[in-house]
Design a protein around this ligand. Structure first.
Ligand code: URA
Length: 256
């Protein structure tokens, strides 16, 4: 493991922010192999050296953190938003994890695995495990994502078949940059007087894919909920609620 600056090591271990870690260092509270390091440029290699903080103890290497969040609508799937809208990270910071009332630690930096649109609700994973995240997003692994789309009107069976078999979707922002969707699972879940809820299972995840697919068969999407991602559902989480994945769930994700 290469050497890294102490403040980075401390922040990444989820102990405190980088700025506060810098204060710990300049206050002389941080030791490497027993020696106080009060210079901000000081580095260490956590795999071969012992880093300790007064009042905290030994800094352990960062552990994988895996979170399932029920994203409500009107929340952005980014770490920070220039428009200052609520982000998925804000939701983690402003509420406690379900079933983990005693979790007192600061969360290490986590990132959403892929994105849901601002107005889309549903299951989103967040992790600091970049390798697993990339794996889950790679089209080669066909990780299933299940959506409920409320579309205007009543799609005909022939239109639903188009969705199932693959349909060409255009890119309104880049004419000529459309693509043909792969085969998808499609079934009607509920018909209302003026609209239809369709369950769509995708093994790929292109930008605004569900909305674009429904648009391609002539039906605008008025609501979109991702009910499942990689076999994980948010049935037990209220919108805005989140929980840590169990070890078994993380192991199952690695199998994809
Ligand atoms: N497809 C969409 O159109 N939007 C999402 O948020 C996810 C999938």
């Amino acid at each position: 493991m290469p050497k890294e600056r102490l403040q980075k090591i401390i922040a990444r271990a989820g102990i405190t922010s980088r700025r506060k870690a810098e204060a710990y260092i300049t206050e002389g509270r941080v030791r490497v192999d027993g020696k106080v390091m009060s210079e901000l440029g000081a580095q260490a290699d956590l795999s071969t050296q012992v880093v300790e903080i007064d009042g905290y103890g030994r800094v352990e290497p960062e552990e994988g953190v895996y979170i399932l969040l029920h994203k409500p609508p009107h929340v952005v799937c980014t770490v920070s938003d220039p428009e200052r809208r609520t982000t998925v990270i804000d939701l983690l910071q402003n509420s406690r994890a379900q079933g983990s009332r005693n979790y007192e630690g600061m969360l290490p930096r986590v990132y959403p695995v892929g994105r849901l649109d601002y107005d889309t609700q549903g299951a989103i994973l967040l992790t600091n495990d970049g390798e697993l995240s990339q794996k889950l997003l790679h089209p080669r692994h066909h990780v299933p994502k299940v959506y409920m789309a409320k579309v205007q009107g009543h799609p005909e069976e022939s239109e639903l078949k188009k969705l199932r078999d693959g349909v060409y979707v255009g890119d309104p922002k880049r004419p000529g940059h459309g693509f043909r969707t792969k085969a998808s699972g499609v079934r009607v879940a509920k018909r209302g007087p003026n609209n239809t809820w369709i369950e769509i299972t995708l093994a790929e995840g292109r930008n605004h894919q569900v909305k674009r697919m429904c648009e391609a068969i002539g039906h605008r999407t008025s609501r979109l909920i991702r009910i499942e991602f990689a076999g994980l559902d948010v049935n037990d989480l209220p919108p805005g609620g989140w929980r840590f994945l169990t070890k078994a769930e993380v192991a199952a994700l690695r199998q994809w």
